[in-house]
Design a protein around this ligand. Structure first.
Ligand code: SF4
Ligand code: SF4
Length: 102
């Protein structure tokens, strides 16, 4: 795995990104109406590890999130999951599509 040491800083430069609070408990996955289509804890882990390649591979999942916050209101870590997804969309739009806005 090639580590991008700037990945977390880049993702954190937009909307709030507090994935460090994640306890990896899996509650979000159990409650998400999209089921296994999006795994917030796995996606956040890629960012924290600087694994840009795996993060980019999650583009469809990141853009499929409904931002419904079903996961977030039940998250024991208090992670702002939907806002984190928004931060990831901003990052991906800039990184992949060269766009400055979501
Ligand atoms: S519910 Fe919260 S603490 Fe648990 S895995 Fe999901 S984001 Fe992490
Ligand atoms: S905000 Fe996104 S990840 Fe969370 S439950 Fe809704 S669709 Fe799933």
């Amino acid at each position: 795995m090639k580590v991008d040491t700037r990945l977390l800083d880049r993702v954190s430069s937009g909307p709030e990104f507090d994935a460090k609070l994640c306890l990896n408990c899996g509650t979000c996955t159990a409650l998400c109406p999209l089921g296994l289509e999006i795994l917030p804890r796995k996606i956040f882990h890629h960012v924290l590890l600087g694994d840009k390649e795996r993060l980019l591979a999650e583009e469809n999942a990141i853009f499929s999130c409904l931002l419904c916050r079903m996961c977030e209101v039940n998250c024991p870590g208090g992670v702002h999951i939907a806002e984190n997804v928004r931060a990831l969309r901003v990052y991906l739009n800039e990184e992949i599509h060269g766009l400055a806005e979501v």
